[in-house]
Design a protein around this ligand. Structure first.
Ligand SMILES: Cc1ncc(COP(=O)(O)O)c(C=O)c1O
Length: 361
C-alpha cells in the first residue's frame, strides 16, 4: 500500500527542472540564468578556508554576512533576512503569511516558484496577466488586492520575461497597497537592470513602506548559484522575525556565508560582469531580432522571445539541444511558443544565434 501524503503535497506543482547537467562541457548552458563567470578566486579561497572547521555548526546569527550587507546597504542587520538561496526566503514567506482563506497576488508568467506558495499553504493564488510588452501590469495587480490578500509578489526584472518596471511605477503601486499586506519585490536580477539604475535605488522605497521587502540573491551576478545564498532587505523587522520563525536555524552553510562575505568585497568585478553581460545582451537581442523574431526589452541576464506562430516550441528546443544549446521552453514557464535564453559567454551566444537561425530556417 503506498504512503498517504497530505492533500497539499499533491497540489504543489513540480518545479520545471533544467535538463542537460549530464551533457558534458561542450554544451551552451543557457537554461538557468546562471552567471557564465566563475566566482572570483578570493571567493573560492574564502569558502575553502572554512571547510576545515565544518565539524561545528555555522553561527546561527550569521553576523558576518548580516553585518556586511548592513554596511553596504545602510539597513540595520535585524532587518536583513538570509536564506539558503532567495527561494528559501520566498517559501518561508509563504509559510509565515499564507493559510486557507488568504490570497497571494502575482503576475503571470513570473518566477516558477510563486505558484508553490499558494499550493503549499492552501491560500488562493491570483495570477494577473502581463501587459502586451510582457511587463508587469501594476494597475491590474493593485486592483486584485482584497481584504483576503496577505502577500503580493512583484518580480522586477521579471523572470521569465526579462522586463522591468520603473521604481516610480512601483512607488505609485505601493501607495495603493494597504500597510498590512506584505509586498515582496523580487530583485534577483536587479544588478543587470538599466531601468532600475543601481542597486541602491529601490532602498529609497523601503524607507517609505515598512511592508516592502527587497528579495535578492548571490546566485546570479555574484556567481554563487551552487552555494545557495539569498537575502532580503526588509522595510520592518517583523518580516525577518517571521521567516526565521518558520525555518530550521541552520539554513545557511558556513562555506556559503564565507563566500558571500568575500564576494561583496569585489564590486569592481561585479561591475565588470554587469557591463559585459549588458553588451552581450544587446548583441544577442540584435541577432535574434535579425531573424524576424520578437524579443522583449531585457533588463536581466537573459532574454525572452516569442517564436513565430508557425513554429513549434518543442521542435525548436529539441533542435537547439541537438546543436548543443540548452534553453528554457516558455511552455514550462507559463507561456507556450516562447523561449527564455540566458546571456552566456560570447562563444555560447554565437552558438545559440547560429543554431536558432538553422532551426528556424
Ligand atoms: C526571480 C527569481 N527569484 C528568485 C530566484 C531564486 O534564486 P536563488 O534561490 O538561487 O537565490 C530566482 C532564480 O532563478 C529567480 O529567477
Amino acid at each position: 500500500m503506498p504512503i498517504e501524503f497530505a492533500e497539499r503535497t499533491r497540489r504543489i506543482p513540480v518545479y520545471p527542472l533544467a535538463a542537460g547537467y549530464d551533457l558534458g562541457a561542450d554544451v551552451a548552458m543557457l537554461a538557468s540564468n546562471e552567471s557564465c563567470f566563475p566566482p572570483h578566486p578570493a571567493v573560492v579561497e574564502a569558502a575553502a578556508r572554512v571547510l576545515g572547521g565544518v565539524n561545528r555548526y555555522p553561527d546561527p546569527s550569521y553576523q558576518p554576512l548580516r553585518r556586511a550587507l548592513a554596511d553596504r546597504y545602510g539597513i540595520p542587520p535585524q532587518r536583513i533576512a538570509l536564506g539558503n538561496g532567495s527561494c528559501d526566503i520566498l517559501l518561508a514567506a509563504g509559510e509565515a503569511l499564507l493559510e486557507p482563506g488568504a490570497e497571494v497576488v502575482y503576475a503571470w508568467p513570473a518566477f516558477s516558484v510563486y505558484p508553490h506558495l499558494a499550493a503549499a499553504s492552501g491560500a488562493r493564488a491570483i495570477e494577473v496577466p502581463l501587459d502586451d510588452e510582457d511587463r508587469h501590469d501594476l494597475d491590474a495587480i493593485a486592483t486584485e488586492v482584497t481584504v483576503a490578500t496577505r502577500l503580493v509578489l512583484v518580480c522586477n526584472p521579471n523572470n521569465p520575461t526579462s522586463t522591468a518596471v520603473g521604481l516610480d511605477e512601483v512607488d505609485a503601486f505601493m501607495k495603493r497597497i494597504p500597510g498590512h499586506v506584505a509586498v515582496i519585490l523580487d530583485e534577483a536580477y536587479c544588478e543587470f537592470s538599466l531601468t532600475l539604475g543601481d542597486t541602491y535605488a529601490s532602498l529609497e522605497l523601503l524607507r517609505k513602506y515598512p511592508n516592502l521587502v527587497l528579495l535578492r540573491t548571490f546566485s546570479k551576478v555574484y556567481g554563487l548559484a551552487a552555494l545557495r545564498v539569498g537575502y532580503a532587505l526588509c522595510g520592518a523587522e517583523d518580516f525577518r522575525i517571521a521567516v526565521d520563525q518558520v525555518r530550521q536555524p541552520f539554513y545557511l552553510n558556513a562555506a556559503a556565508q564565507a563566500a558571500a562575505v568575500e564576494a561583496l568585497k569585489h564590486q569592481d568585478e561585479v561591475e565588470r560582469r554587469v557591463t559585459e553581460t549588458i553588451a552581450s545582451r544587446l548583441d544577442l537581442i540584435d541577432r535574434v531580432r535579425s531573424l524576424g523574431v520578437w524579443v522583449a526589452q531585457s533588463d536581466a541576464n537573459f532574454i525572452w522571445l516569442h517564436l513565430p506562430g508557425t513554429v513549434e516550441e518543442a521542435a525548436v528546443v529539441a533542435g537547439l539541444r541537438e546543436r548543443g544549446v540548452l534553453v528554457r521552453a516558455g511552455g514550462a514557464l507559463g507561456r507556450d511558443g516562447s523561449l527564455r535564453v540566458t546571456v552566456g559567454a560570447d562563444a555560447e551566444n554565437e552558438k545559440f544565434g547560429d543554431a536558432l537561425a538553422q532551426v528556424l530556417s
